[in-house]
Design a protein around this ligand. Structure first.
Ligand code: NAP
Ligand code: HSE
Length: 430
């Protein structure tokens, strides 16, 4: 008996799913011993030219997909919160398992949807919601399940990685590269969710919840985007043997878990430093396995479709073995969240100061009063009587850094504090 599939949304990802199911049908049959058939697809636009064909119903009426008793699996690739949430709940109520790529929805309503799937004994899989084609959710839930995960660091937004890579490699300005990313279709016309870090924060909430078995909501993630990063910052980072990446960071320490998305100065020796362009990667440290890294295309029709079709095949095997809902929600714990003021990192601080005697000494004193010492200092002359200084601190509490910044803002020889960027490196553990 074939297993029938319904798809909600025939856009970039939906067409990728159709193509993979059709073009790789022989391999998929070999691996599942089952014919998978697309029965119906929902989309608002029934006439748009698409590079796919097939013997399925294309409809703009949701009930023709959601209520078809012959459909076993629903793939939600419409995006957005509503009506996607309602459609998934309805599909589960009609006894269908669900695959979705919708990180916005899973980050906000994952708990509710997984509970609904559990209640009816069906599967809800969402591998494609983080890292596109990179197998990270199954890796965390299954392949690394024997580990206590301590650190998860990700480059999980391709648009911002493309921008920062081009700025670093070609010495170009942020606004110019952003415009190019929009022309190339990497960045949306409104790029705020990517460049302000929200897209990465949603994905991090999903990953951290799974890695630490404790629910991390979107509001728990500290978020800072890349729009303040300049060509100068990337040049200084290179002088320090580092680069700058938008990192999604989740750590499980004795005091609790910390989850943050922000630009980070990363040593060139770190495995994530060489992840460039639109590529994504997730670096995971487990107590037994040690360091691991998962790398690949974080977006695109076929890469994202790859994750979705693999989830479909997982559900097919569950249906065949009558073991649905075997691994749904994994948030068994309720771990405390660390306060932002207790984050512990080294900092890069770029300042414009009056080029006069005792300025550096006073800065050192003001930082020392907050219990912070410098690891290195770069000074460059700017206009007449002005100097640009980059201070690199030893690792310190974020709360202490804020105290020091408040003091130096009040110091008359400091003309401007132009950027403050956190480091991410092994020394921070010291
Ligand atoms: P897309 O190209 O905009 O496709 C979505 C399709 O669904 C469009 O044809 C859209 O029609 C249709 N649709 C939306 N709401 C509908 C409704 N209420 N009724 C009927 N049709 C509806 O989006 P996508 O890039 O394929 O992304 C789909 C999902 O995958 C999103 O959740 C996204 O976050 C996720 N995702 C995407 C990628 C990627 O590389 N694109 C990667 C990972 C995850 P209209 O065009 O008329 O709105
Ligand atoms: N906008 C995302 C990115 C792709 O730039 O990585 C979809 O998750």
């Amino acid at each position: 008996m074939p297993i029938q599939i319904g798809i909600l949304g025939l856009g970039t990802v939906g067409t990728g799913v159709v193509r993979i199911l059709q073009e790789n049908a022989t391999d998929i049959y070999t691996r599942t011993q089952c014919n998978l058939q697309i029965k119906a697809i929902l989309d608002r636009d029934l006439h748009r030219e698409r590079d796919i064909n097939g013997d399925f119903l294309l409809t703009d009426q949701p009930e023709k997909v959601l209520q078809d008793p012959e459909i076993d699996i629903i793939v939600e690739v419409m995006g957005g919160i509503e009506p996607a949430r309602t459609f998934i709940l309805e599909a589960l109520q009609h006894g269908k398992s669900v695959v979705t790529a919708n990180k916005d929805l899973i980050a906000l309503h994952g708990h509710e949807l997984l509970d609904a799937a559990n209640a009816v004994g069906k599967d809800l899989y969402f591998e494609a919601s983080v890292g596109g084609g990179i197998p990270i959710i199954a890796a965390l839930k299954e392949s690394l399940a024997a580990n206590h995960i301590t650190d998860l660091l990700g480059i999980i937004n391709g648009t911002t990685n493309y921008i920062l890579t081009a700025m670093a490699e070609q010495g170009r300005e942020y606004s110019e590269v952003l415009a190019e990313a929009q022309q190339l279709g990497y960045a949306e016309a409104d790029p705020s969710s990517d460049v302000d870090g929200l897209d990465a924060a949603r994905k991090l909430a999903i990953l951290a919840s799974i890695a630490f078995n404790s629910r991390v909501a979107l509001k728990d993630v500290f978020v800072e985007g890349i729009s303040k990063i300049t060509r100068e910052d990337l040049t200084y980072a290179a002088e320090l043997g580092c680069t700058i990446k938008l990192l999604a960071i989740a750590k499980h320490q004795n005091e609790g878990i910390e989850v943050r998305v922000h630009p980070a100065i990363l040593p060139l020796t770190h495995p994530l430093a060489s992840v460039n362009g639109v590529f994504n990667a997730i670096y995971v440290v487990g107590d037994a396995v040690g360091e691991t890294m998962f790398y690949g295309r974080g977006a695109g029709s076929l890469p994202t479709g790859s994750a979705i079709v693999s989830d479909i095949m997982r559900i097919v095997r569950n249906i065949q073995s009558n073991s649905t809902a075997s691994i749904n929600c994994t948030c068994y714990l309720d771990l405390p969240l660390k306060a932002v003021s207790d984050f512990h990192t080294a900092f890069y601080i770029r300042l414009l100061v009056k080029d006069e005697p005792r300025v550096l000494a006073t800065l050192a004193l003001l930082f020392a009063e907050a219990n912070i010492s410098f690891a290195s200092i770069i000074q460059k002359p700017r206009d007449e009587n002005q100097a640009e200084i980059v201070l690199v601190t030893h690792p310190c509490r974020e709360g202490s850094l804020q105290e020091a910044l408040d003091s130096i803002k009040a110091y008359s020889k400091v003309l401007s504090i132009d950027n403050v960027i956190r480091f991410e490196n092994e020394d921070q553990k010291a």
